[in-house]
Design a protein around this ligand. Structure first.
Ligand code: ADP
Ligand code: ADP
Length: 230
């Protein structure tokens, strides 16, 4: 496909609330897109459309050459290749850190346990939480939990990563440690969309920034253009 992700005049409603208004947007392979905008402007809804967590009313959406719409098989193909990290980690409290990263591989992509463990350990180490593998989520900090959530997602070898305010539930001293590992990710060839209020981070990593307001993309440009006062 020409673009990694392509929205064409997409509209989304929650009842009579018009949540996405004629959204057209292309994300290129390997690009890091940062989405900014006030609370309630549709940022989360937009990225949740990418892996089919939200449906839409009309328009088009293509992800890695697959049409994201009603076709369940296309949707399944997309979901296997798109990882998502939320603000609240979503780790299973009764499973160890390692098991949190192993189970999705076994259940989601049919990996054998031995290989899944090896992949999980490699990603946990890469995220600098390898030494906590045998602990449970409530035994590590918020910043560590979010890096585990990243390792879990990366263990599934996604081509695209979606981040929905990944640092907004963290204490200030933990934000930097998560942004650091994310910054490393943005240097690779993964395609990344990140909703964030961290402007310094956005400026450092974004290839493109969009600003949303009331369900529409109201500005779009490179970080220099977007963050330089007129
Ligand atoms: P943002 O991520 O920019 O804060 P959201 O995409 O979460 O915005 O929400 C956009 C708008 O849609 C908000 O007004 C929100 O209240 C509304 N909304 C989001 N999810 C739902 C839902 N499941 N049902 C009804 N309204 C929703
Ligand atoms: P975010 O901005 O990250 O989407 P929110 O707190 O707005 O976080 O939403 C949290 C959850 O509540 C989401 O699953 C969203 O779809 C749902 N939600 C948000 N607004 C509404 C709403 N007005 N009515 C029903 N559900 C909503």
């Amino acid at each position: 496909a020409e673009h990694a992700i392509s929205f064409g005049k997409l509209n989304k409603y929650y009842g009579d609330h018009h949540a996405l208004r004629d959204v057209s947007l292309d994300v290129e392979y390997g690009e890091t897109l940062v989405i900014c905008g006030p609370s309630g402007s549709g940022k989360s809804t937009l990225i949740r459309c990418v892996n089919g967590l939200e449906t839409y009313a009309d328009g088009s959406l293509s992800v890695l050459g697959h049409a994201v719409g009603d076709d369940e098989r296309e949707l399944e193909a997309v979901r296997k290749r798109v990882g998502m990290v939320f603000q609240n980690f979503n780790l299973f409290p009764h499973l160890t850190i390692l098991e949190n990263c192993v189970l999705p591989q076994i259940r989601g992509i049919g990996r054998a346990r031995a290989e899944a463990s090896e992949v999980a350990m490699a990603q946990l180490s890469r995220m600098q939480v390898g030494e906590h593998a045998e602990k449970f989520p409530d035994q590590i900090s918020g910043g560590q939990k979010q890096r585990v959530a990243l390792a879990r997602s990366l263990s599934l070898n996604p081509d695209i990563m979606l981040f929905d305010e990944p640092t907004s539930a963290l204490d200030p001293e933990m934000i930097a440690e998560v942004l650091d590992v994310m910054q490393e990710l943005t240097r690779g060839n993964m395609t990344i969309i990140c909703v964030t209020h961290e402007m310094g981070f956005a400026r450092a990593v974004a290839d493109k920034v969009i600003l949303m307001a009331d369900g529409a993309i109201v500005e779009q440009g490179d970080p220099e253009q977007m963050f330089t006062a007129p």
